[in-house]
Design a protein around this ligand. Structure first.
Ligand SMILES: [Zn+2]
Ligand SMILES: [Zn+2]
Length: 240
């Protein structure tokens, strides 16, 4: 009711094409449909899409010689154009209202990938990649938490903020994977209050972008070692 009233007073505009919207939507259906989806073939470990006719077990150049402690990473969108525009708006322009429509795209992966559907549902916990409190304060929120919360609301899977970032790290955008891993060492901890509840669980770790997988790997290490979780799967909006 309030949403209808707000639509009437302030008609919402699509973030991508500026067409008028209703019912609390932030992206119109044609723009949602046009977002650059990742289809097969993609790497079964890191989610990177490839061109051509490859069978499922091809040797991914990104994963060659690399240990990822997580089971696998999956992302519904390619890191290009409109997908990056939306992540940027969510992350740096505080347009957290976009998270609801973007989470519907995360739900596409959840519903369509048989590896996710085969997981023991009662053991799943959705956890966002945390920001250091100082960066969170600066951005006035954590984009990964906004996505994870909406994803949890739409799937009914439980959400926990079990991880903490105890060290602020400098920006990682220009670093190699190796440099990122060094930069991130010891940056994450499990919250004391969350420790007991994680034992034996399956974690869906949610973030906005997967680039080298260094953050995902470091969070996974902590969850496996200190939290005693069974396995960690990475779900990001975009494969950068
Ligand atoms: Zn649109
Ligand atoms: Zn790969």
């Amino acid at each position: 009711m309030i949403r209808r009233l707000l639509d009437y007073i302030y008609p919402a505009l699509c973030e991508l094409c500026n067409s008028g919207l209703q019912d609390g939507k932030t992206l119109c259906s044609p723009c949602l449909d046009k977002l650059p989806r990742i289809h097969q073939p993609f790497c079964r470990k890191c989610g990177e899409p490839f061109e051509g006719n490859l069978n499922e077990e091809f040797d991914c150049p990104n994963c060659h010689g690399i240990t990822h402690d997580f089971k696998f990473a999956i992302a519904p969108l390619k890191g290009e154009g409109t997908a990056f525009h939306l992540v940027h708006a969510l992350k740096y322009q505080r347009r957290f209202y976009l998270a609801r429509d973007l989470a519907t795209i995360l739900c596409e992966s959840w519903q369509q990938d048989p590896r996710l559907q085969d997981l023991p549902r009662e053991e799943i916990i959705v956890i966002p990649v945390p920001l250091h409190w100082r960066r969170k304060q600066w951005r006035q929120g954590n984009q990964a938490h906004e996505l994870a919360r909406e994803f949890s609301a739409q799937t009914g899977l439980p959400l926990q903020q079990s991880l903490r970032r105890i060290r602020a790290t400098s920006t990682q955008t220009k670093l190699t994977r190796k440099q990122r891993l060094t930069n991130l060492r010891g940056a994450f901890r499990i919250r004391k209050s969350a420790l007991a509840g994680l034992q034996g669980s399956t974690i869906l770790l949610v973030d906005d972008v997967f680039t080298t997988g260094a953050t995902a790997h470091e969070c996974t290490k902590v969850l496996l070692k200190d939290g005693g979780v069974n396995q960690v799967i990475i779900l990001t909006l975009v494969r950068g």
